[in-house]
Design a protein around this ligand. Structure first.
Ligand SMILES: C[S@@+](CC[C@H](N)C(=O)[O-])C[C@H]1O[C@@H](n2cnc3c(N)ncnc32)[C@H](O)[C@@H]1O
Length: 257
């Protein structure tokens, strides 16, 4: 993995809020909520809840008789999520690591990850933890990308291909996790109920750049020797023609026995 100058990273909370506010973000997050099939009274875990982006929607679905637990290892995310959800008594935001869930055995009805397992040390360990805390029949829904599925229309498609490979191998710990999730669930003893892909299309360069980090990762790819100096001109060229990019997200639903 490449060591990144923190100054070149976007503000993480602003980034997550922006993604959630786009048509793409709203669309797949709605799908994840539908797949979760939350009911009043459920206890649901949001693993890697970030700034609490989806906790209110989950609280609405489980009603005041249910419980929503948001978990994140980043204290800034926990503080932000706690502040945003302060008026919701059925929501609790806890600091913690998804590899060791601070939750009792067989106490959870539903769990969710949204672009989290791609970053953790050991996704298989997280699935084993879900199995430990799951009540019989409990469901987990995971939305995780496969960065090699990022496509960009350009007269020089090799640059886009190399950029996708750079992001998937150097920038994201498990950059091709999406395609492996169903297998990992089965290896963890979970029953896979559905695997659905979402391939959003971006016709607007600014939105694609913000969500996918095109320009900043291009600069890093040049710095890491993946692309020749001057490849930044490829990005500038994208501005001069009709734009199209796509990305690939896997939504996997699995259940405990
Ligand atoms: C891409 S963000 C997604 C946040 C949120 N799920 C959303 O959709 O807005 C990934 C989040 O996972 C958290 N995270 C990464 N590894 C973690 C771990 N091992 N334990 C707990 N949280 C973790 C990060 O701190 C970050 O808030």
């Amino acid at each position: 993995m490449i060591d990144i100058d923190p100054a070149s990273r976007p503000d993480p909370i602003a980034y997550l809020d922006h993604v959630a506010s786009t048509d793409v973000g709203r669309g797949y997050k709605r799908q994840v909520l539908d797949l979760l099939a939350l009911r009043p009274g459920h206890t649901v875990l949001d693993l890697g809840c970030g700034p609490g982006t989806d906790l209110a929607a989950m609280a609405d679905a489980v009603t005041s008789t249910g419980r929503v637990i948001g978990l994140d290892r980043d204290p800034a995310m926990v503080a932000e999520a706690g502040a945003r959800l302060a008026g919701r008594p059925q929501v609790e935001v806890r600091p913690g690591d998804v590899h060791e869930l601070p939750v009792a055995d067989r106490s959870i009805d539903r769990a969710r990850t949204d672009r989290v397992l791609q970053h953790v040390d050991d996704p298989a360990r997280v699935l084993a933890e879900f199995r430990r805390v799951a009540r019989p029949g409990a469901r987990i829904v995971m939305a995780e990308p496969d960065w090699e599925g990022m496509l960009i229309d350009s007269p020089c498609p090799d640059v886009g291909r190399t950029l996708a490979r750079f992001i998937s191998t150097e920038m994201v710990r498990h950059g091709t996790l999406g395609r492996s999730l169903a297998r990992l669930c089965e290896e963890a003893g979970l029953a896979v109920r559905s695997v659905v892909t979402v391939a959003p299309v971006f016709r607007d360069l600014a939105t694609a750049d913000h969500v996918l980090g095109l320009r900043r990762n291009l600069v890093r790819a040049v710095g890491a020797g993946y692309l020749e100096p001057g490849a930044e001109e490829w990005f500038d060229d994208l501005r001069s023609r009709p734009f199209l990019a796509s990305a690939l997200l896997f939504l996997v639903t699995a259940e405990a026995a």
